[in-house]
Design a protein around this ligand. Sequence first.
Ligand SMILES: C[C@](O)(CO)[C@H](O)COP(=O)(O)OP(=O)(O)OC[C@H]1O[C@@H](n2ccc(N)nc2=O)[C@H](O)[C@@H]1O
Ligand SMILES: Nc1ncnc2c1ncn2[C@@H]1O[C@H](COP(=O)(O)OP(=O)(O)OP(=O)(O)O)[C@@H](O)[C@H]1O
Length: 293
Amino acid sequence: MAGNRDPAVIFTLPAPAKLNLFLHITGRRSDGYHELQTLFQFLEHGDDLTFEPMEGTGEIILEPALPDVPNEANLIVRAARLLQQETDQPLRSVRITLTKRLPMGGGVGGGSSDAATALLGLNHLWQLHLSIDRLAELGLQLGADVPVFVRGFAAFAEGVGEVLTPVHPPEDWFVVLKPDCDINTGLIFSQEGLTRDTPRITIAPAFEGDASRYRNDCEDIVLKLYPEVRKSQEWLSQFGPARLTGTGACIFGRFPTESKALEVWASKPSGINGFVTRGVNRSPLHTKLTELE
Ligand SMILES: C[C@](O)(CO)[C@H](O)COP(=O)(O)OP(=O)(O)OC[C@H]1O[C@@H](n2ccc(N)nc2=O)[C@H](O)[C@@H]1O
Ligand SMILES: Nc1ncnc2c1ncn2[C@@H]1O[C@H](COP(=O)(O)OP(=O)(O)OP(=O)(O)O)[C@@H](O)[C@H]1O
């Protein structure tokens, strides 16, 4: 079991949210997965993972457990198990404390980001010296959105989301609304009426432009199926373009300053949840890791 706690070796890393500033579906592979073109930007708002070394052989303790997700199914524990399989050394143990702030099933990538933070955090704690390329490959086994969190730069993504080109969209402020419904990604991708033939676009390397002229191909179907999402989208639209992230349920609007975003946030009807945060092109995870190393 756990040895004595030594605060000197306990560290905390962020697991930031992401937005899909646009999301085009350009085709469908023979295995049923959809080919996407999407633009990922990170948010300052996110979960935190605290890592504490433990004596023992191969024990992964995660606290607190998430409601409805057994720990062995949690992407954090699955990431830790993948890393244990990568090493010839005796299996190492860890206690991870999860501070969950991101809405689950919201399209802001909380589970994927937690997985990436676990991969990079344990690589650091256990001194495994795995490369970012290898960690991104391992991450892809856990979910299509994990590699972008492992690499840590805002990106234009192709394939199922793993072919990444760095971009530099403006680091604006966002109002993110979380309508009160959970949306299953697989269900949206299986809808008959989904647009799957958006022509591929090219984006200049280091694109710095405004992504709001592009769309999210899942949006029409999600707005039709979920009246709560439509309500949030209609309310936020009065201030400018309001778009779905991923397959939803979150809706976001972009603002040039924090004060403008907070002003909009303050006027929202009661009963709509969400948060105000800033978009960043370098993941806060990588910024913090650099400080630790
Ligand atoms: C839509 C995005 O949020 C964009 O960032 C992600 O691509 C979704 O990634 P994710 O949440 O990791 O989704 P997964 O758990 O991998 O996929 C759930 C289900 O959605 C469908 N799916 C997902 C991604 C994709 N490119 N094509 C698909 O058809 C598949 O049926 C899959 O079984
Ligand atoms: N650490 C975790 N945090 C959140 N969800 C997790 C985690 N581990 C496993 N899951 C499972 O993954 C599902 C999707 O979680 P997540 O919060 O990443 O959704 P999302 O924001 O819609 O992600 P994406 O934008 O990548 O589709 C959850 O409903 C839960 O069952």
